[in-house]
Design a binder for this molecule. Structure first.
Ligand SMILES: [Zn+2]
Length: 222
């Protein structure tokens, strides 16, 4: 899989130290199943207790990568969650990363999608109030344009299938959009020929720029 968009070091550290919410942790785990680059960083961060990125440049001056990995293996391991901790009894939902598949009651095309706008369907994975953040799948028909919005807080989007493009680039299957509250407003446009399915986790409601977005927000739930 050709991955173009990765997790930030900050998110990998938070994952390794176990401080992410369950929805955020699930999205990170999905990306780690397909991205060896982020997986290696996460493994290293878990070995070193999730606080190594601040020091890694100093370490690299005197040690090679294999030295660092050998050193990491000697250090006590912390109990950060990992992809390997997924229960073996999870239902077999194929075609999606296992951390997502274990949360689904049916394959993607058989889920109870709720239509929330033309071209947009939603499947909620959490029943918490949206003011505490969203955890949901969005099913977007080709050509769908989402309302422009910005963020107060971290938002993770994992591309399950299809693709979209916004001001920050094109996101395809396996990519993760790792946005913090400092990002500018963006407006994703679905540019794949097949529906785009995205897994989204937010920590607080997003800020819609336009009137339509503000009107839609209670229905979209993010
Ligand atoms: Zn990655």
């Amino acid at each position: 899989m050709n991955i173009s968009h990765h997790l930030t070091d900050e998110s990998i550290q938070d994952y390794a130290s176990g401080s992410l919410s369950m929805p955020m942790e699930t999205l990170v785990a999905c990306h780690l199943t397909v991205c060896s680059s982020c997986r290696n960083k996460a493994t290293l961060a878990e070995s070193l207790g999730g606080s190594m990125f601040d020091d890694i440049e100093a370490v690299e001056v005197s040690l090679s990568a294999s030295d660092i990995l050998a050193q990491a293996k000697l250090m006590p391991s912390h109990s950060a969650p990992s992809v390997d901790s997924v229960p073996k009894t999870a239902p077999k939902i194929t075609g999606v990363p296992r951390p997502l598949g274990r949360l689904l009651s049916a394959p993607l095309d058989e889920l109870d999608w709720r239509r929330i706008a033309p071209g947009i369907k939603q499947h909620n994975l959490s029943d918490q109030h949206r003011k505490h953040g969203a955890f949901q799948l969005l099913h977007l028909e080709p050509g769908t344009v989402l309302s422009a919005h910005s963020h107060n807080d971290r938002e993770l989007t994992y591309l399950v299938q299809g693709s979209y493009t916004d001001e920050t680039g094109t996101f395809k299957m396996g990519d993760i959009a790792d946005l913090d509250g400092h990002d500018h407003a963006h407006q994703p446009v679905v540019d794949s020929e097949t529906p785009c399915i995205a897994l989204i986790a937010t920590q607080s409601p997003v800020n819609y720029s336009g009137v339509l977005g503000k009107i839609m927000q209670p229905f979209v739930g993010i």
